[in-house]
Write a protein that binds this ligand. Sequence first.
Ligand code: 5GP
Ligand code: MN
Ligand code: MN
Length: 314
Amino acid sequence: YWEKVGTVANTLRELEGPILIVSHVDPDGDAIGSSLGLYRALKVLGKKVSWIADPPRYLRFLAREEEYSNPVERLPPGATLVVLDAAEPGRVAGAPVEGFVINIDHHGTNPRFGYLSVVDPSKAATAQIVKDLIDALGVEWNPEIATPVLTGLITDTGNFRFANTTPEVLRTAAELVGYGVKLAELTDRLQWRPASYFKALGAVLSTVGFHFGGLLVTAHLPPGLNVEDSDDFVGLIRYAEGSQIAVFFREREEGVKLSIRSRGGVSAQAVAVRLGGGGHVPAAGATLHGVGLEEAYRRVMEAVREELEHAGYL
Ligand code: 5GP
Ligand code: MN
Ligand code: MN
């Protein structure tokens, strides 16, 4: 791991051409945080770096508008593409995955694409790898760099509550707070949601369903409702007592997007993979292309039944 981090650091330090930083579609706190942290660190080194991103509303406070740029269809000549937190090339947003690609990620399902890659599923967040990379680059830490990196650790560990909250995570977080992050202000700000979110909560919770004797809890965004920052709903229903797996459905233009969470020996990742997606064992997702809610529910029931049988619950 450290050798790979060192190789990427040396490579980045020596680059003279343009560097483009991108992450995955539907970016979360780790996607935005790790990208912005690395972007700011490379800026300090005087690199020609741009960060291609479209941060969701609840994360936009982390960055200034002039720091992120629009998607590109082609890479400039001689460019290096740094891809962060993207489980697969098909999930990369903002630029074509071509040319000199550096792939930095922590998803077990990552096929290790790219010319150079640091993929370590033992890391809680891509932000942890970026923390080590910034150390290897020798950039001096300040609150501007530490805040987005800490954000990635906070969001991917569910505020330091998930099983990936290792001693390493807590030590890294302590170190980053020591660089001047205003932790209480940051965690408060990360929970802000627009009024539309709170108005939608009732409608969403009225769709909650329990299946397989309560082992599976589901809910969906009611048709016609389009809530920005709706990524949190699965985080609510997953606490239904007795449930081992939670699935949240969002109908979109391209199909139905699924957010899947699990515990107790059940693998959300296995369910996601059966449905053509991926992710981590306890938290995964998939998009069912070209189907409606009803068909999506049918497929999820089937995939979850198989996984519950496999895990010995049925
Ligand atoms: P979320 O439910 O928060 O969108 O995603 C949970 C986890 O699953 C994240 O780590 C995310 O990267 C991964 N994930 C979500 N959707 C997909 C997908 O369609 N394909 C793959 N490979 N991973 C996904
Ligand atoms: Mn992510
Ligand atoms: Mn991540």
